[in-house]
Design a binder for this molecule. Structure first.
Ligand SMILES: *Cc1c(COP(=O)(O)O)cnc(C)c1O
Length: 343
């Protein structure tokens, strides 16, 4: 199957499985797992921060970061299309008593600086205290667009000038770095905390890392424990994360190249409109001239060995990753052509 539904479906590589089998382990809640410690140090170094914390998922990383930055009744400024607002069950409110202050995301994944500024509450007994601004890079719902270093710096300056912290949900931060041709630490520099996923384009089976100052990570370690994220011999999975960081970052540009090829191939079909491709995500729409419902198109593609997601209306999403090679891309292009011309 050519599985373009998400880069989360990536299975570990043979080298990862090998590293997992050989991993030196200890009890990580005691801080004694050498492989977890190594992964955390490596992640912190890559992002230019003092310390790292291995967590089970991106959702847990964002939640732990918010629980650490904010107290109950505090407010966090988040984009209306952010993953944290849309797809994390409102964990900040449900578990942390943190109020999201929602600001519109523009098509380029940013929030207007004036809109962020206007959302910051002045001191007043009626108001919650604004504590945090959260960005998302790359921005998932905004077609995987990377936020620039300049924009990130400006938001960081604004936040810090107003006494706020800045968090980056960098689930795909290394895709942003690859697309912009910048070291990831440059995108992370203005932030007080950053999470990124090992389990997406980087191909590891499980896990994310949260990075920040040593003092922040010490507090975050407590928050991770209270949400049940204290794992024991977690080196078995962290070992795959180390391979992910060492071997998989440099090849993300290949996923981006294949996404552009998919977009060009599909975009040449008469009834298809492809949105601009920035990283490894291709969003496209099939117009009404094709007498097939979105789910029927998905089903017909499945019969031809191609999986992708319908994301509402007549819009679809495909994501390239390690297990999608050039032949898979050509198969996916041909399959959509067949499905649409047969309709
Ligand atoms: C996938 C994703 C997450 C959450 O990661 P999980 O590991 O699936 O919990 C958070 N933010 C963004 C932008 C994501 O794409």
């Amino acid at each position: 199957m050519v599985d373009l539904r998400s880069d989360t479906i990536t299975r570990p590589t043979p080298e990862m499985r090998e590293a997992m089998a050989r991993a030196e382990v200890g009890d990580d809640v005691f801080g004694e797992d050498p492989t977890v410690n190594r992964l955390e140090a490596m992640a912190a170094d890559l992002l230019g921060k003092e310390a790292g914390l291995f967590v089970a998922s991106g959702t847990m990383g964002n939640l732990v970061a918010l629980l650490t930055h904010c107290r109950r009744g505090d407010e966090a400024i988040v984009g209306d299309k952010s993953h944290t607002l849309r797809y994390e069950q409102g964990g900040m409110a449900a578990l942390g008593g943190i109020m999201p202050h929602v600001v519109p995301n523009l098509d380029d994944g940013t929030m207007a600086l004036e809109a962020i500024e206007a959302a910051i509450r002045p001191p007043n007994v009626h108001f919650p205290r604004t504590r945090l601004v959260a960005l998302e890079n790359t921005h998932n719902l905004c077609a995987g667009v990377p936020l620039t270093a300049a924009y990130t710096r400006r938001v960081g300056e604004l936040a810090h000038a107003r006494g706020l912290k800045m968090h980056i949900d960098g689930a795909r931060l290394f895709n942003a770095a690859a697309a912009l041709g910048l070291p990831a630490r440059e995108l992370a520099a203005p932030a007080d905390s950053v999470t990124f996923c090992l389990s997406k384009g980087l191909c590891a089976p499980v896990g994310s890392v949260l990075v920040g100052s040593a003092a922040f990570i010490a507090e975050a370690r407590r928050a991770r424990k209270v949400v049940g994220g204290g794992m024991r011999q977690a080196g078995v999975i962290a070992a795959a994360g180390i391979v992910a960081l060492e071997k998989m970052r440099a090849r993300l540009v290949e996923d981006h190249r294949r996404a552009r090829r998919l977009a060009a191939g599909w975009g040449a079909l008469p009834a298809v409109t492809v949105e601009p491709v920035h990283t490894n995500m291709v969003y496209f729409a099939v117009d009404e001239s094709v007498p097939l419902a979105a789910q029927a198109i998905v089903a017909a593609l499945r019969e031809r060995g191609v999986l992708l997601l319908a994301v509402g209306g007549r819009r679809f999403r495909a994501v390239t990753h390690y297990w999608i090679d050039d032949a898979a891309v050509e198969q996916a292009i041909a399959a959509l052509g067949e499905v649409l011309s047969a309709a």
